[in-house]
Design a protein around this ligand. Sequence first.
Ligand code: 5GP
Ligand code: ZN
Length: 136
Amino acid sequence: MENCIFCKIANGEIPSATVYEDEAFRAIMDIAPANKGHVILLPKKHSANLFEAEDETLREALLVVKRVSNAMMKALHCDGLNVVQNNGEAAGQTVFHLHLHMIPRFKEDTVKVTWKQGSYAEGEAAALSEEIKKNL
Ligand code: 5GP
Ligand code: ZN
C-alpha cells in the first residue's frame, strides 16, 4: 500500500524502535505511548483492519502478542497489560493498517482503557444476540 506509514515502518523503509521482527510482523514502540513501554504489533502485509486481514495473519498475531507481552511483563515489571485493537474511526482507529496495542499497566496508573458500564432493558440483550447470530 502506497502512502501507508505502517507499511513503510513494518517493512523497514522507515526506521523504528523495533522490539520484535519475523517474516510476517514487526513490533515497535508506539510514538505517543499510553504508558511507558507501549508497543504496537504491525503485520507486514497491509490490511486496513481486523476484518480485512487474512486468517493466517490473525492466527499468528495473537501468538506474537503473547510472546512480546510476556517479554514486556518481565522487562517492565508491570502489574498487568491491555491488548487493544481498534477498527474504524468510531472505535478510535487513527492509522488504517491493522495493528494491536500492548499497553503495560501499573497499579494506580492513570491510563484510561475503560468504559462506563451500561444496562439492557428486559429482553434487549437476547434480541441483539439473535440478530448477531443470524449474521454469523
Ligand atoms: P490507533 O488509534 O489507530 O489504534 O493507533 C495508532 C497508534 O499508532 C497510536 O497509538 C499512535 O501513537 C501510533 N503511531 C502513529 N504514527 C506512528 C509512527 O509514525 N510511529 C510509531 N512508532 N507509532 C505511531
Ligand atoms: Zn499498510
